[in-house]
Write a protein that binds this ligand. Structure first.
Ligand code: PRP
Length: 208
């Protein structure tokens, strides 16, 4: 049985279609209910819907053999997994954003609000910039508006959230997309199925 952790939501539905085409169909997953686990014994596959930021945990610890996680989560938590494929979907970027017209004063410690403390720390450390990290769990855009921070480090997809809160991108840190990941032991012991998935999804992406 191959265990696949899917990120709950639109991205998950899109990537399920990729696994389905690779020969791991599981029609019951399309039932509109609150169930989290779906199995198709015939194909030897079991899917489960996980919170997107938790997929890498299931995979790293072997509760899932493969899964789909955002590059943001992989950079932030550095889980012990194999990254097999860039799925070129779920595209966005990790960026520094600030109130319009913001100018950085290098003589002052920069206050940075973020959910991605490691990404932010590494980014500023690479520039030798001294910062004070304020770790928040969501609605990061509030922080500079309320004077809690000077800037934020966050995900920007359409840019709408920034725009509607009078913020703008100051610097782009790294582009982000969804990645196919595998548990290291599973990659060895279930290599045939995992390689079938990688080859099929790579082919599907080529076909567009
Ligand atoms: C994410 C991110 C931004 C927003 C960016 O938030 O943290 O707030 O999406 O998207 P946009 O550029 O298309 O507007 P999410 O919806 O995950 O909620 P959060 O505020 O709880 O982090």
């Amino acid at each position: 049985m191959l265990n696949i952790a899917l990120p709950k939501g639109r991205l998950g539905e899109k990537v399920y279609a990729m696994f389905e085409k690779a020969g791991f169909e599981c029609p019951s997953i399309k039932e509109n209910n609150r169930k989290l686990i779906f199995e198709n014994e015939e194909c030897g596959v079991r899917y489960f819907w996980a919170k997107p930021s938790d997929v890498a945990i299931y995979v790293a610890r072997g509760a899932a053999d493969v899964g789909v996680a955002g590059k943001d989560i992989l950079l932030e938590y550095n889980p012990d997994i194999y990254e097999l494929l860039d799925l070129k979907t779920g595209n966005c970027r990790m960026a520094v954003a600030a109130p319009k017209g913001f100018r950085d004063d290098p003589s002052r410690t920069l206050k940075v609000a973020t959910k991605f403390s490691n990404i932010a720390s590494n980014y500023y450390a690479s520039m030798g910039r001294e910062i004070d990290i304020i770790h928040l769990n969501g609605s990061i855009e509030l922080a500079p508006i309320l004077g809690l921070s000077d800037v934020i480090v966050d995900i920007v997809e359409t840019g709408t959230t920034l725009k509607e809160n009078n913020l703008e991108v100051f610097e782009t840190i790294v582009p982000i997309s969804a990645r196919l990941i595998a548990n290291k032991a599973s990659f060895k012991f279930k290599s045939e199925q995992i390689e079938r998935i990688v080859a099929s999804i790579a082919e599907q992406m080529k076909e567009g």
